[in-house]
Design a protein around this ligand. Structure first.
Ligand code: CAA
Length: 257
């Protein structure tokens, strides 16, 4: 399956989505957003699919929002269309999404990667929020998500200077979960996705909600939310199976209810 700007492939229970605007280094225009929303809504709705990988090309995950599309816009156009607000819908994808980043992840590209649940980077990856050089600022959540990921000092420095961070620095700063040789990136991301896809799916949904709530609420509220989801999973067949399978020393068989 393909849309105008994305390649989509189902590999068993893993959906692989590849940004496909090579002539523009995968710059994120309105069509990419529309296609992402269509593809990830279909992924969420498909009971055979358990984990997704979002990737780009070897040269660029995405070199930012499409500057050529934005350049002529006025404030009325941006405010009136609530430009970029659609990405909030992308972040509401309920199932796990891994970003596999090779090459440039700049501006909106870095922001899109950070909207995924975690990032696996090839050693060629370069992250940055260079919007200041265009007379603007991050606009797809970069100032907020980068600050949460790497802390105030590095986020402020990155956004004020527009400099790029390489994969090793991104890993030590906590922006990416792990760095692998660029040639192995897709294989490693798919392997991780297969591991997640083999987990009990309701528990995977619950983990995603729990960790995301950590960034939205107080510690006490977050712990209560976690505990209630934990309690709720004791109403599922997968919890019964998972604990019996452990005792019987065999792998669990998951039904997703
Ligand atoms: N938007 C539109 N087109 C882009 C683009 C972008 N963000 N980034 C690259 N392209 C286009 C180039 O214009 C060029 O097209 P043409 O062949 O038609 O001229 C093509 O992709 C290849 O790019 P380059 O020739 O520039 O490739 P390079 O290897 O010399 O440089 C690069 C690579 C350093 C990534 C450079 O392309 C670059 O700096 N890109 C812009 C990065 C940027 O500023 N991103 C932030 C955008 S604003 C934003 O994202 C706002 C937000 O918060 C959401």
């Amino acid at each position: 399956m393909a849309t105008e700007t994305l390649l989509v492939e189902q590999r068993g229970a893993v959906t692989l989505v590849t940004l496909n605007r090579p002539q523009a280094l995968n710059a994120l225009n309105s069509q990419v957003l529309a296609d992402l929303l269509t593809v990830f809504a279909a992924y969420d709705a498909d009971p055979t699919q358990r984990c997704a990988v979002l990737t780009g090309s070897e040269k660029a995950f995405a070199a930012g929002a499409d500057i050529k599309e934005m350049a002529p816009q006025g404030v009325g156009d941006m405010f009136g269309s609530n430009f970029f607000a659609g990405y909030d819908l992308f972040t509401r994808t309920r199932k796990p999404v891994i970003a596999a980043v090779s090459g440039y992840a700049l501006g909106g590209g870095c922001e899109l990667a950070m909207m995924c649940d975690f990032i696996i980077a090839g050693d060629s990856a370069k992250f940055g929020q260079p919007e200041i050089k265009l007379g603007v600022t991050p606009g797809m959540g970069g100032s907020q998500r980068l600050a949460r990921a790497v802390g105030k000092a590095k986020a402020m420095e990155m956004c004020l200077t527009g400099r790029m961070m390489d994969a090793a620095e991104a890993e030590s700063a906590g922006l990416v979960a792990k760095v692998v040789p660029a040639a192995d990136l897709l294989a490693e991301a798919l392997k991780t996705a297969e591991t997640i896809a083999a987990m009990p799916p309701l528990a995977a949904l619950a983990v995603k909600e729990q960790v995301n709530v950590a960034f939205e609420t107080t510690l006490q509220q977050g712990i209560l939310f976690e505990r209630r989801l934990f309690h709720g999973l004791f109403g599922t067949e997968d919890q019964k199976e998972g604990m019996v399978a452990f005792v019987e020393k065999r792998p669990g068989k998951w039904v997703g209810r």
